[in-house]
Design a protein. Sequence first.
Length: 202
Amino acid sequence: MSSKRIILLNGPINSGKDVLGEHLAKTLPNATTMMFKDSLYDWAAAMASLPKEVFIPLASERKTKELPCQLLPKNPKDFTRHYTPREWLIYVSEEVIKPRLGKDFFGMQSRNKMFANFSDYDTVIFTDCGFAEEVLCLTSFYEEQALLLQIYRPGYEFGPKDSRGYVNVDKVKTVKIQNDSTLEAFLTKGLDIINYWEEFSK
């Protein structure tokens, strides 16, 4: 059994996943962050015939990812406008890649990337967990060293346009964390959970 630890952050947009992931990566020894959607960005950019350095900012910045983009194809559900970057990511993932290559495709890609490029890190934190198939790809190797944090923040929920949701996987330690106070309190709460988990796992 590997000694590498996997922390999976699961919650809707703006719930605090990224900020908590960055805090944990800076605070925990020899830790780093990854995203399952890194590989999706590659595919989405290629299918739109755009360089990654052009597509990724469009798809990741709040002011552009929800707006129709002239650089993307027309949306067949509404021919009066182009896809938004977020819609394009969902289309590529859920209607192109997964039906052809499997629901666990991006999980497998992330696992292979972690083995190849992040083998020297003791802790890898995934900041965009949202599918059970992705979790299973990692926890088949790291079941006893995996922790799933479900983040809840008042006023922020998975909506009808979300392809992701809260994940529950048997045998993977899962903890619910509330982001309902100050940012400092939320980050402290998250780190306390990790420290307790590490101590309990020894």
